[in-house]
Structure formats: C-alpha cells, structure tokens
Design a protein around this ligand. Structure first.
Ligand code: AMP
Ligand code: MG
Length: 419
C-alpha cells in the first residue's frame, strides 16, 4: 500500500462534518427513575398551575389586609385567631374583620384572607395577637400560578434531563418520559503491543490505558460501553472484529492504527467496510491523524493510540457526535476565556490542545498545563479538567495572556472554603 497523502481540515470543519450526518437515536420511553442524563424527545407541559392555590410562604397568620390600615408602633391592631392549619390542611372557616387563621408554610390561604403576617411580626397573647404595621393586598402570599400555569411549556425537547428536570417531571406527575436512546458503544483498542491491565509487563509491551479511559469517559456521560477489547494489528481479524462490533452497537470507537505506519490498518479497514471517511487528518495537535467515518449509518471513530490524543479526540469529536445522536440542543464543547498562569513558548503550527487545570477564581478563570504534555502522556490527563486551545499559526504565549479553554469536567472544587 503506497504512503497515503492526507490533507488536514480545521477542527471546526471536522466537528461540523460529524454533526452534519443524519444519524439519530430512536425515541424510547423510560421511567422517571432512570431518565437522568437522557435527552427529552418532547416538550413537557405543566399539567396544573404552580402554586395550585394561593398559599402561605411562611409560618404566621392569614388575615385581611384591609384590617391592617393605620397599624403603627403606637397604634397596634389586634386580631383574634379563629382556626389553625398546617401544610396539607384546608381551613373551612372564612376570615372576617380582625380575625386570623394560624397558618403554616405551604398551607392554602383560607377564604377571606389576602395576606400573611409572619410570627416575627406579631406580639401574641392567648388566642390573639397584635401587629404594628399595615399589610398590602397579597403581601406574603404565594399566588396561584405565579410560577407556571396549566399548559405552559416547562421543559423543551432537546434538553438533557438533569436533577432539576427530574423534580419538574415529578411535580407534574410524569412517571414516564419519552427520550432519545443513548448510543451503545463498542471500544476496540488496537495494537500488538497492548497488554491487559492485569498482565505482567513484557519487553516491548505496554498496558492498554485507552480502553478503560474511553469506557470511563462514556460512562461519565451515562453512556454504557457494551464491550471493549484489545485487537492485535492483524488486518483480517481486525476487519471481522469491527464488523461484528458494528452489528452489535450504534457506534464503534477504535484507538490506534490510524496513522501511516506499516501496521496501521484502520484506513484499510474503512475501505473494506466501504465506509465514508468524513476526514482522516485534522489540523490539530495532538491527534492529527484522528479519523471519523460512517458506514451503515453508524459512526466509526478512529482515535489515535497516543493517550493524550485519544482523550482529546473523544472530547472534540465523540462527545458532540453522542449529543447529536441524542438530539441534544447543547452539542459542542464549552469554551471559556482564562488567564494563562505560566509561559507556553512552543510554536503551534496546528491548533494545539493542552491538557490543563482550570480554576475558577473570584477574579475569573485561570489555567495551567496539567503536567508533561506530549501526545503520549497519561498522567497529565488525570490532572486535567480542561484543555487549553491555542490557535494554529501562533507562538509564544506568556503568563498573563488570555487563552481559550475547553472545559472537560465540571468546575474543580477549591482546596479552601472560600464562601
Ligand atoms: P498508534 O496510534 O497505533 O500509532 O499508537 C500511537 C502510540 O500510542 C504508540 O506509542 C502506542 O504504543 C500507544 N498506544 C496505542 N494504543 C494504546 C492504548 N490502548 N493504550 C495506551 N497506549 C496506546
Ligand atoms: Mg498501533
């Protein structure tokens, strides 16, 4: 096979080619309990007003505001307590002139009352109390429908179900919800040098770290990796293994073997599968050989074997593809500006991604490379919650410069309590 000449495309173009594919998950119905992390397939409407009735947001007394006109420190107005209700109870009494119902947080306002006096605002005496200020109509009242009204769209299609969305679904009595299926994934680490985690090291061999890492990356997104295995650099058996994985799964991720080395068989595997190669070279470091193809309406991700490049490829290309498949509204990596806290003087012929530690400080985000950062590095991945993104054709970034940063994990926790 002659040496294959490849032309690099920009990272943005590569991501766009991926999300331009019309590869979508099916709709399924899941129970509320298992719905976390799925993407909604329908808008969710409010099935009733919230609050459902005018209610008290405090522990206190429900009164008529018009009875409070003129109340002052030197002119206290006295009320008689005619009933007592807790949350979940409804008073059958109607509040009349200078009357009050003792009411707890969450309880429905009794008939006649239009305001609530907090305990702290009263002086109590047996079954009466007095107040020293006037109250307005609806003062201290949570009004029926003030948050949502029947028929309001409260969650929209494409939203990822988070714990807050679970609370909303529970509120409105949705025991089940229609969502897009999460893709099932096969991960195949290719390389005759690879050993399993439990294997003894041997001359020339290394342990497979990409397989477990990708499985974990997917699982962080709530996506189950159906199978992952090590595959020797052997063309025929590799074709069979990838074919089989495609039959069993919605997406196949391989690592290694996408370069132009003598035993890099992925390009030939794509040809054998008659796959449509979306790109096989990206203007980025690390991972310029990252290849993405589509066959039988399935994505095939050929990530580099170098661990840092493999991680970068997952963040840049696999995550958006998963989001796209699940019809999520939010598809792309989150990019923020951060202040670089140490010099980075290397030239960047291509867009460079550096595994990094970002910190959100009260004065804004800061970022530093998270360790030894060659494409084969492993340890820096573990210390990274972000990637610095330096544009191609630049050099000489200095401490204090502002750089673009992709957040790969939610914000780091601080070492000191800083509230
Ligand atoms: P390749 O992409 O196959 O050319 O591999 C690039 C580099 O990554 C080589 O040094 C490989 O030994 C290493 N490598 C390949 N696959 C893995 C893996 N699954 N885990 C850790 N390192 C790997
Ligand atoms: Mg290899």
């Amino acid at each position: 096979m002659p040496f294959e000449k490849r032309s690099p495309i920009p990272v943005k173009e590569a991501i766009q080619r991926i999300v331009n594919q019309n590869i979508r998950s099916n709709k399924i119905t899941v129970s509320l309990e298992e719905s976390i992390g799925y993407v909604l397939a329908n808008d969710i409407v409010a099935t009733y007003d919230i609050p459902r009735f005018d209610k008290s947001p405090y522990d206190g007394f429900a009164i008529r505001s018009k009875d409070t006109v003129g109340a002052r420190g030197d002119h206290r107005i006295k009320f008689k307590v005619i009933d007592h209700i807790g949350a979940g109870s409804v008073s059958h009494k109607e509040v009349g002139q200078y009357e009050a119902v003792r009411i707890m947080t969450g309880a429905q306002l009794p008939k006649g009352a239009d305001a609530v006096v907090m305990f702290e605002q009263t002086v109590e005496e047996e079954d009466t109390f007095s107040i020293r200020k006037s109250f307005e109509h609806h003062e201290n009242v949570s009004l029926k429908g003030e948050e949502t009204q029947t028929g309001d769209i409260v969650l929209t299609v494409g939203q990822r179900i988070n714990p807050g969305a679970i609370a909303v679904l529970a509120t409105y009595g949705y025991t089940e919800v229609e969502v897009y299926e999460k893709p099932s994934i096969a991960v195949i680490a290719t390389g005759s040098e690879l050993l399993d985690v439990s294997d003894e090291l041997q001359p020339g061999k290394i342990r497979n770290s990409n397989g477990p890492m990708i499985k974990a990356l997917a699982e962080q997104l709530g996506i189950h990796v159906g199978s992952y295995q090590i595959q020797q650099d052997d063309l025929q058996s590799s074709i069979e293994v990838v074919k089989h994985a495609m039959e069993q799964h919605d997406m196949v991720i391989t690592t290694g073997g996408v370069s132009v080395g003598d035993f890099d068989y992925l390009p030939e595997i794509y040809r054998a599968l008659d796959a449509n190669v979306l790109f096989n070279k990206v203007a980025m470091r690390p991972g310029s050989v990252t290849t993405v193809a589509v066959a039988n309406q399935k994505y095939l991700f050929g990530l580099s074997g170098n661990p840092s490049a493999c991680f970068t490829g997952f963040e840049l290309f696999v995550k958006p593809a998963m989001n796209h498949m699940m019809n999520a509204k939010a598809v792309y990596p989150q990019i923020v500006k951060a202040t670089l806290m140490e010099d980075f003087t290397k030239a960047n012929p291509f867009t460079r991604f550096i595994r990094a530690t970002a910190t959100l400080t009260p004065a804004g985000a800061t970022v530093v490379p998270s360790g030894f950062n060659k494409s084969g590095a492993v340890v820096a991945i573990a210390h990274a919650n972000a990637m610095i993104m330096l544009p191609g054709g630049t050099r000489g970034f200095k401490q204090g410069h502002t750089v673009d940063v992709i957040l790969t994990e939610s914000a780091a926790y601080e070492e000191e309590l800083n509230i």
